[in-house]
Design a protein around this ligand. Structure first.
Ligand SMILES: Nc1nc2c(ncn2[C@@H]2O[C@H](COP(=O)(O)OP(=O)(O)OP(=O)(O)O)[C@@H](O)[C@H]2O)c(=O)[nH]1
Ligand SMILES: [Mg+2]
Length: 302
């Protein structure tokens, strides 16, 4: 019945690399947010919409919470992460399957003390621990906070995701759907394309280089014959990084391009012609104007 539907915003917060973006993608059944084994993959707030006969959950994926930022990009990411809590009807705090609470988790806990909305603790990656340890994990986290619920899951392996959705709906108010159920995300195709390329950079390059990269889309055009032409630039911080991103004889750039094109062809359901450039912009992560150009700017500041 229409008037029995529930709806609201579920904000996913947690340390870098705990699996927030993976969980969100698996909850909605489509890959929207990029993921990688490197911490601080997500840089922006990413909204996705899940609708079923109980109602609608709007998920907000956020950058991994860190205590100390090293540059303006990091500051921006933390503003997004903590600021998103204000929009939450329910908070999903995601942790590793361990009873250990690190400094970042303690800071999150302190931030949550100021939040009025209910908090569900999501213990992720339970596929990596003995099943028998889970009840003890739940018990030890129970002592930390008056959680509305504690749900162990594996986002990657789709374990307990229905239970998690039920737990979320339980906390949401009755109300109208915010979005057309067909509207899966607030991300534009251009944004998803840029992020897909950045994901390949994160996954294919090691160490520090990916953290200093951004991707801009110069051209995005779908031709009458269905082929989409995309031109994009990978921005990096040093000439030496540019050399590594391009690789010997252009081999690395080719690998990045091929991997990104494959994903984009699935996403766009058509052929893609992808041309990549690499540019150096020294210290862009501390340059307010460049950050804005690359899409890292608070909406309230525009
Ligand atoms: N074994 C296992 N690995 C997982 C699970 N969920 C995520 N991962 C892995 O954990 C890593 C980080 O996943 P992400 O989804 O990018 O993590 P995140 O919390 O969004 O990270 P940031 O955006 O950096 O804050 C990736 O290598 C995932 O494949 C899970 O349930 N089980
Ligand atoms: Mg993420």
């Amino acid at each position: 019945m229409e008037d029995k539907l529930k709806s609201g915003f579920a904000v996913i917060i947690g340390r870098p690399n705990v699996g927030k973006s993976t969980l969100m993608n698996h909850l909605i059944g489509q890959k929207i947010a990029i993921t990688s084994a490197k911490p601080q993959t997500t840089r922006n707030r990413i909204e996705t919409v899940y609708t079923d006969d109980q109602g609608q959950i709007v998920f907000l994926d956020t950058p991994g919470y860190i205590r100390q930022t090293k540059n303006k990009l990091g500051e921006y990411m933390m503003e997004i992460s903590v600021g998103s809590l204000n929009d939450a009807d329910v908070v999903l705090w995601m942790v590793e399957p361990s009873s250990y609470m690190g400094e970042a988790d303690k800071s999150i806990l302190a931030a949550l003390e100021k939040v009025k909305s209910p908090v569900i603790l999501v213990i992720n990656k339970v596929d990596t621990v003995e099943k028998t340890t889970v009840p003890n994990l739940i018990k030890s986290w129970q002592e930390a906070y008056a959680f509305a619920d504690i749900v162990p899951v594996s986002g990657l392996r789709n374990v307990n995701l229905t239970d998690l959705k039920d737990a979320i709906f339980k906390q949401l108010p009755y109300g109208p759907l915010y979005f057309d159920p067909e509207e899966l995300t607030d991300q534009t195709m251009r944004q998803i394309a840029a992020e897909t390329i950045r994901e390949k950079v994160l996954r294919l390059l090691t160490a520090e280089i990916p953290h200093g990269t951004a991707v801009t889309i110069e051209k995005f055009h779908t031709r009458a014959d269905g082929l989409t032409e995309i031109e994009a630039s990978i921005i990096c911080e040093k000439a030496s990084h540019k050399g590594i991103i391009i690789g010997k004889g252009g081999a690395m750039l080719k690998r990045i391009g091929t991997a990104a094109r494959r994903d984009l062809e699935i996403l766009l359901d058509g052929r893609v012609f992808l041309k990549l450039f690499v540019k150096v912009r020294k210290d862009w992560r501390d340059n307010a104007l460049l950050l804005k150009d690359y899409g890292y700017q608070n909406k309230k500041d525009t």
